[in-house]
Design a protein around this ligand. Sequence first.
Ligand SMILES: [Zn+2]
Length: 171
Amino acid sequence: MNAEDLTEIERAGRRCGVCRSQRAWRRFHIVRRGDREPVVVCGSCRARFGEDPPVARTSAPAPAPAAHEPPSPATPRESEHRRAKPAPDRLRAALSEIPGTFSTAMAARAAGLSNDKTLTRLKDLAERGDVHRVGNRWSTESPPSDLAAAIDRLEARTSNLRIVRDRARVS
Ligand SMILES: [Zn+2]
């Protein structure tokens, strides 16, 4: 350690510029890089960071990140969307009260909507699989799968054959 190093160490308050440790300051090391102030580093920080201790460069300050990014205001479209959001779905609520199958008119009465509107909504729901047509009526119950229907037909024709549907196996 030369006099110049000692001056730097004294200037730094005998503290490591990275971890602020004062331990064994006599073995501190001075990192001198062209683009920054001399940095005093302790033995362990030097071992860790070598000649590139993570301290602020004085000659090339990092620009404040994202300072120029304009704040993103809520778009008019968004607030319109929020306003246009429908009230709680009366049709869905009504359907959950109707057991089994129902006609469009029944659903319309239960939901307090017009027939036309109800029919449009029911077609919508049918596309999503929430309801399905049963003849000229509707149902919220899930349709039997092809396999289940096939087994039902088979059971109906077979008097002395029991078909065991998949059950949880017991070991
Ligand atoms: Zn240190």
